[in-house]
Design a protein around this ligand. Structure first.
Ligand code: ATP
Length: 240
């Protein structure tokens, strides 16, 4: 089976996330996509965030109506603690960071030999991939599906690769064009590009809109919107 792993802060999960997952499922015949809310992503360790519990619950609500979409506890705080991934943050608190390479290895341990793993990611996040922990191993372990996002260009996706894996300039343009997707296969890297993800939603904008008391309904699954309202999430700068 083709299986997708989709990690994110999901603070909150919104229609941009589901648009990417739906496009990936349809183009790559994914039988299952696991949405993995991260406990504390290293690049967001210093910013206030809704609790893991709230973010996981919203992911569960938003994925309920799609049979192939599943919420995953793979980066639940307890598992991270068991994994010994604790670090001291600059605020002096001990935080359990999530690294995608660890998550992928844990996830793969439960897969069958015949399963094929795809890592789903938006182009904005992919641009920083070279700064992630062990990016070269991550690319060896799974294929990547990189989705477009309004405001970001997919054109220079190859330039975001870690230097060792980056192709020579001429090669970066060799994409097999096939209905809104393109592929880039290099030694140690397989990237599939999804150019038809056009949902202009952003968790940052949603949180700001809630604080400003503007409507956010168009960006969210109705169950998630109701959950946010009932739990009074994001009404102040320091989320619940
Ligand atoms: P924030 O604004 O808090 O940074 P976000 O909206 O980017 O959040 P994340 O949970 O950080 O959401 O994103 C998880 C993954 O989903 C990332 O790979 C990101 O690139 C992708 N993603 C988020 N929003 C979109 C979107 N509108 N279109 C395509 N991909 C998206």
């Amino acid at each position: 089976m083709n299986i997708g792993l989709f990690g994110g802060t999901f603070d909150p999960i919104h229609k941009g996330h589901s648009a990417l997952a739906l496009a990936a499922r349809n183009h790559f015949n994914l039988g299952r996509i696991e949405f993995v809310p991260s406990n504390v992503p290293p690049h967001k360790a210093e910013q206030p965030m809704a609790s893991y519990f709230h973010r996981y619950t919203m992911v569960a609500l938003a994925t309920m109506s799609e049979k192939t979409f599943l919420p995953s506890l793979l980066e639940a705080p307890k598992m991270e603690a068991e994994n010994g991934a604790s670090r001291a943050s600059s605020r002096g608190k001990s935080v359990a960071f999530n690294y995608s390479i660890d998550t992928v290895m844990r996830f793969k341990a439960a897969l069958k030999k015949s399963d094929r793993l795809y890592f789903l990611i938006g182009i904005d996040a992919f641009k920083d991939i070279a700064k992630w922990r062990e990016p070269e191993q991550l690319f060896r372990e799974c294929e990547f599906i990189v989705g477009s996002r309004p405001g970001y260009s997919l054109a220079d996706v190859a330039n975001a690769l870690p230097e060792k894996l980056r192709p020579k300039a001429a090669t970066t343009k060799v994409f097999g064009k096939q209905s809104a997707t393109g592929d880039l296969a290099l030694a140690g890297v397989t990237l599939h590009l999804l150019e038809d993800v056009n949902e202009d939603a952003s968790a940052t904008v949603i949180r700001q809109a809630i604080r400003a008391k503007r409507s956010i309904a168009r960006f969210l699954d109705p169950g998630v919107a109701e959950y946010i309202r009932k739990n009074q999430l994001y009404r102040t700068e320091s989320a619940a």
